[in-house]
Design a protein around this ligand. Structure first.
Ligand SMILES: *Cc1c(COP(=O)(O)O)cnc(C)c1O
Length: 415
C-alpha cells in the first residue's frame, strides 16, 4: 500500500512588519481606515518611515562597517522618500538626469551620488559633471562626450567604469550582467576603454559591477560578489590609477510570492567581511559599495485600494477595486514576470476576521490583465473595504502605466 502524496500549497512569507490593532492593519502608527481618511482618497501608496530606518539599521548591523550602502533610487524615486533615504544611507545611485535632480534636491552629497544607465544623453552628462557626481561610463561614446564636456566647461569629470561581467548572478529575478548586454562595457573591452579614458585625461575612480537583481539565494549573491571582486582585481591591473571606488552591486531580493523566504543576510555579511580584508591588502584605497533598491524600500510600502463592487460570476467571486494594473503593474504580474503569481494581499480593515473566502481581486480596467489576486483566500469582504497589497514600496507607482484607461491618479504618502 502506498501512502497518499499530500503536498501542501506554498504560502506567502508572513508580513509581520506592520502591526494589527483592533482588526486593522497599522501603518506608521495609524490604522488603515484612518490613514485612508487622512490621505483623502483611494487608491494610494503608503511608505512607513520607521520601517525604512529599521531596514537600514538591520543592514548596517549585518554588513561589515567599511562597506558603504547606496540606495538605487529607481526602485522608488518619490522625493520625500528619497529625502528620508538620503539621511540614512551613504550614497544615492541615479539612472537619469531627472533622478539626479531629485537626489540633489533631497540633500544627497554630490560626492556620494553615482550615475549609471545605458544611453546617457549629452545633456545628462553635462548635468552630472556640473553637479560633481561620479559617472559610471557604459560605452566608448560616453568617454568621448565626457572628455569634450570637461574641456568645454573646465569642470573635471569623475568617472568609474561599469563593467558587464563575464558571469551572471545565478537564480536572479532579473539578470543584468553576463553575456551580451546593453549595460556596461564587456569585461574584455575594459582594458581598451581604460586606455581611452587615460588618453582623454579623465579622472578614473574605479569600477561598478551589477550582475542582477531580486535574488533570494545568499549563496548566489556571495558567489557574484566574490566573482565581481576577482574581476575588479584583474581589471585593476589595466587601470591608469589606483582604484578608489568599487561598487560590487546588490541584487538582494524580498519575498513576493508564496513559497519565498526572507533573505538570510548572515552569509552575505560574512563573505563581505572577507572581501573587505582582501581589499585592504590588494586594493587599499578602494571604498567598497553595495547598491540596493527594493531591499531597502520594498517591504516598507503598501498599495491600498477600495472595493467598489462584489460580483459572483458562475460561482466565482470577484472583488472589483478602484485601483489595479495602472497603478501597480508588478502586482498584476505584468512587470517582467514570466508566470503570474499573487503578491501578498490582505483586507486591511478585516485582519482578524475569521470568515474567509476564495476570491479574485480585479481592478476597474477593461482588460483581463487587471488582476491583483487570482483565487486567493482572503477575509470575507464587502464594498468599502480596503485591499492592501504588501511588498509594494519598490517598482510600484513609477513603474506603472498611470494613463492607461484614464482613471483618476493614485497618491503616494509617507507615514
Ligand atoms: C535596478 C538597479 C538596481 C536596483 O535593483 P534592486 O533589485 O531594486 O535592488 C541597482 N543597481 C543598478 C545598476 C540597477 O540598474
Amino acid at each position: 500500500m502506498s501512502n497518499p502524496i499530500t503536498r501542501s500549497a506554498p504560502i506567502h512569507a508572513p508580513m509581520k512588519h506592520f502591526p494589527v490593532e483592533n482588526g486593522e492593519l497599522v501603518i506608521g502608527g495609524m490604522p488603515i481606515s484612518r490613514l485612508a481618511a487622512r490621505v483623502g482618497q483611494t487608491p494610494f501608496y503608503a511608505y512607513d518611515r520607521s520601517l525604512l530606518k529599521r531596514r537600514v539599521a538591520e543592514l548596517q548591523a549585518a554588513l561589515p562597517t567599511p562597506v558603504k550602502l547606496h540606495y538605487a533610487m529607481k526602485a522608488n524615486p518619490m522625493p520625500a522618500l528619497v529625502c528620508q533615504m538620503a539621511s540614512l544611507v551613504d550614497g544615492i545611485d541615479v539612472a537619469s538626469g531627472g533622478e539626479l535632480k531629485v537626489a540633489l534636491d533631497a540633500g544627497a552629497d554630490p560626492r556620494e551620488i553615482s550615475f549609471a544607465g545605458p544611453g546617457k544623453q549629452t545633456g545628462e552628462l553635462r548635468q552630472a559633471i556640473a553637479a560633481g557626481i561620479l559617472v559610471n561610463v557604459e560605452s566608448f561614446r560616453e568617454v568621448a562626450e565626457l572628455a569634450k564636456i570637461s574641456r568645454e566647461t573646465g569642470c573635471p569629470a569623475r568617472v568609474a567604469v561599469r563593467v558587464n561581467p563575464d558571469f551572471e548572478l545565478k537564480s536572479s529575478g532579473m539578470k543584468m550582467g553576463g553575456g551580451p548586454k546593453q549595460f556596461g562595457v564587456d569585461a574584455e573591452q575594459v582594458p581598451e576603454l581604460l586606455a581611452e579614458l587615460n588618453r582623454a585625461g579623465l579622472a578614473f575612480e574605479g569600477f561598478h559591477l551589477f550582475a542582477g537583481s531580486q535574488n533570494l539565494k545568499p549563496e548566489a549573491i556571495v558567489e557574484a560578489q566574490c566573482k565581481s571582486f576577482e574581476l575588479a582585481l584583474r581589471l585593476a591591473r589595466s587601470a591608469p590609477s589606483s582604484i578608489r571606488f568599487l561598487n560590487l552591486g546588490g541584487g538582494f531580493g524580498i519575498p513576493y510570492f508564496a513559497g519565498e523566504q526572507h533573505l538570510d543576510l548572515a552569509p552575505i555579511g560574512a563573505n563581505l567581511a572577507s572581501i573587505v580584508e582582501r581589499a585592504a591588502r590588494d586594493l587599499p584605497e578602494a571604498e567598497l559599495v553595495i547598491e540596493l533598491g527594493r531591499y531597502l524600500v520594498g517591504e516598507a510600502g503598501i498599495y491600498v485600494t477600495r472595493i467598489i463592487d462584489r460580483k459572483v460570476s458562475r460561482g466565482h467571486t470577484f472583488l472589483v477595486t478602484d485601483g489595479g494594473l495602472h497603478h501597480h503593474l508588478s502586482a498584476s504580474g505584468n512587470f517582467g514576470q514570466v508566470i503570474r503569481k499573487n503578491y501578498p494581499i490582505a483586507i486591511g480593515n478585516r485582519m482578524t476576521t475569521e470568515k474567509k473566502e476564495t476570491v479574485s481581486v480585479v481592478g476597474p480596467l477593461c482588460t483581463p490583465l487587471d488582476l491583483l489576486a487570482d483565487r486567493m483566500e482572503l477575509a470575507a469582504a464587502e464594498p468599502g473595504d480596503l485591499v492592501v497589497v504588501f511588498q509594494s514600496g519598490a517598482y510600484g507607482f513609477t513603474a506603472s502605466p498611470m494613463a492607461f484607461l484614464g482613471h483618476p491618479d493614485c497618491l503616494e504618502v509617507m507615514v
